[in-house]
Design a protein around this ligand. Structure first.
Ligand code: HEM
Length: 201
């Protein structure tokens, strides 16, 4: 197998924007002084996720949900394969990682929606508790996701974190995407800025 292009630009930029925005929202979450920055970071999280949902339908091959959201049998097969140390390799997301991604996107949206309501001063203290619980749940799944990334990187002897920067992974030439869609990043950034502005206005 050679190194071939698997992750397009919107997937890579979106991923690291999501990581940075979630980290910033987490750090600023407890402080009244940083409320606007917190809301802006939360708006960025929501913007990236809404874009990613659309990209999961119309994006390049390995970005599409249909290519990586698989049934429980495939997930179990992947996990058992890891334990048996077999060499099954996924060009895109593996079957277990796919569900971590679905959980992260869902939790990110719910956290953002509850945060927006809190920001509008609606819902009261119980909603604040719900918002914090959702954010903690998201952090927990993100930590599991990072453990999963490290385990699969070791199991497949491939640096998956580097792949999320370069877009290149081990694969066959017929698994590669033809275009990395750099111009779509302009749309992504414009859309995210609009969401962050709209949610904090
Ligand atoms: C709040 C923190 C994080 C969130 C919400 C998050 C979310 C995601 C999402 C949604 C994807 C799917 C990418 C896509 O198809 O668009 C993904 C993939 C990935 N993430 Fe993260 N991530 C987080 C933290 C991290 C960190 C800290 C690392 C690095 C250590 C990391 C490494 C990766 C890698 C390598 C992949 C690709 C996995 C694969 O090859 O299947 N993530 N992440």
């Amino acid at each position: 197998m050679d190194k071939v292009l698997i992750w397009d630009w919107p997937v890579r930029i979106g991923h690291w924007l999501l990581v940075g925005a979630f980290a910033l929202a987490w750090i600023t979450g407890e402080s009244e002084e940083w409320r606007l920055v917190h809301a802006f970071a939360g708006g960025t999280v929501v913007g990236v996720i809404l874009f990613r949902l659309l990209w999961g339908l119309v994006g390049t091959r390995h970005a599409r949900f249909a290519s990586f959201v698989r049934g429980p049998r495939a997930v179990l097969g992947y996990v058992l394969g890891l334990l048996r140390r077999d060499e099954s390799h996924y060009a895109g997301h593996n079957a277990a990682g796919g569900w971590a991604i679905v959980a992260l996107l869902s939790l990110g949206l719910l956290t953002g929606a509850s945060g927006w309501l809190v920001y509008q001063d609606s819902g009261g203290e119980w909603l604040e508790e719900v918002h914090e619980a959702l954010a903690s749940g998201m952090l927990g799944v993100a930590l599991l996701h990072v453990v999963g990334v490290v385990v699969s990187s070791l199991a497949h002897r491939e640096n998956l974190v580097r792949a999320m920067f370069t877009g290149l992974k081990q694969g066959r030439h017929d698994e590669a995407i033809a275009n990395s869609r750099p111009l779509t990043v302009v749309l992504l950034l414009g859309w995210v800025a609009l969401c962050a502005w709209w949610l904090t206005r």
